[in-house]
Ligand binder design. Structure first.
Ligand code: MRU
Length: 371
């Protein structure tokens, strides 16, 4: 995506490994946004693991791409089986919910394990690059699928009326390598000149909506308003939302959708108000090994994320502020599950798919068993 005239991706190769020198990967440090657009270099397996667990990178597809590069970084001085499996374990332990992490690690292991040790490092860099490039192409395709949906709603509008889309968390280009999942249809519709407006849930506790989605949409010139998390129901009751589009960290074989905490409440409100509720995802986010959404591991994060809010002063200093009594106990479930019955459809790289077992199996026949 372009930011202030410059093309960006969220992750890129800074240096491929050469004689006597390891490779390096660049990322945007998302913990600094929207206040500063800073990049950092990942040179080791641990750099990649910490970038994922501390959420310098986040969002299911980007977690997967970073893990793939993490494997490549891990093989610098040691491409043995033992190193490969310890890299797998280290990266796999970073975050539990987004299945793209396991998917990318399995891709890497499946490719590298049969190779001779001497061939592994170069092959890992090549495959990680392909995973990143594929993500961009897949999201672009998700954009085309979702564009048709937005176009059909726009066709029902009177002149001057906008298509109002509500989104939760950040399933934008920052959550992927580029384009985003939930935002890909939005960016495509914007490019096509369709009059759209986005309601951006702030998404407590980490405020990915406020910090990241609002920043992205602002930089892209997409009309939007930031709202507090509890506003969606009110907007839907008053006909102010035409459709909801969210991303997902893991969708089961039966179409249950796990996404950022609060997604389920938006789906309930959408159901009660006959507002279409769509989920945008690449097929690497479907976990064919799990049937019920309640079998998905839900990440629990530090209570600090609940009781402390970060911001920036007028002087440009990034600060953290405690908002509850310091001894208040907190609970911080990072994701929830929206049952398939509340999902109008899945926006995928292979078109619109119903959130049900048969439709998913039919469209992604070739992926079953690879999961
Ligand atoms: O905790 P995060 O910021 O990694 O959570 C991100 C989300 O929940 C996204 O909606 C999801 O990963 C889909 S990203 C295209």
């Amino acid at each position: 995506m372009k930011v202030d005239g410059k093309d960006w991706r969220t992750i890129w190769v800074e240096r491929l490994p050469a004689e006597g020198e390891g490779g390096a990967v660049g990322i945007i440090d998302q913990t600094k946004l929207p206040h500063r657009l800073e990049t950092i270099t990942l040179s080791t397996l641990d750099d990649a693991a910490v970038a994922i667990s501390d959420m310098l990178v986040r969002g299911a597809p980007l977690i997967g791409a970073t893990a793939a590069y993490g494997v490549a970084l891990a093989l610098r001085d040691d491409a043995s089986d033992a190193r490969l499996s310890s890299a797998y374990d280290t990266l796999y332990a970073t975050r539990p919910t987004a299945v793209n992490l396991r998917w990318a690690l399995d891709e890497m292991l499946g490719l590298l394990k049969p190779l001779r040790h001497a061939e592994r490092e170069a092959a890992a860099w090549k495959r990680a690059g392909e995973i990143a490039n594929d993500d961009v192409a897949i999201n672009r395709q998700i954009g085309e699928t979702g564009l048709e949906l937005i176009r059909s709603i726009a066709a029902t509008k009177k002149p001057g009326e906008k298509v109002n889309i509500l989104t939760h968390c950040n399933a934008g280009w920052l959550a992927t390598v580029d384009w985003g999942t939930a935002t890909a249809p939005i960016y495509r519709a914007h490019e096509e000149g369709i009059d759209i407006h986005v309601w951006v849930d702030e998404t407590r506790p980490r405020n990915q909506g406020a910090y990241l989605t609002a920043w992205e949409l602002g930089k892209a010139g997409v009309d939007h308003h930031l709202i507090v998390d509890n506003t969606g129901g009110h907007l839907m009751q008053h006909g102010m939302v035409d459709l909801v589009i969210v991303g997902t960290d893991r969708t089961t074989a039966s179409g249950d959708v796990c996404n950022k905490i609060g997604t389920y409440l938006k789906a309930l409100a959408a159901h009660d108000n006959d507002v279409p509720f769509y989920v945008a995802l690449p097929s690497s986010t479907i976990d064919f090994t799990i049937d019920s959404g309640f079998d998905i591991p839900i990440e629990e994060r530090s209570g600090r994320e609940v009781s402390i809010v970060g911001g920036i002063t007028a002087e440009g200093t990034i600060v953290e502020v405690q908002i509850s009594p310091t001894d208040t106990p907190t609970a911080n479930y990072a994701f929830d599950v929206t049952p398939a019955r509340l999902v109008t459809g899945l926006i995928t790289e292979r078109g619109l798919v119903s959130a049900d077992r048969a439709a998913i199996a039919e469209r992604f026949q070739d992926r079953i068993g690879n999961a």
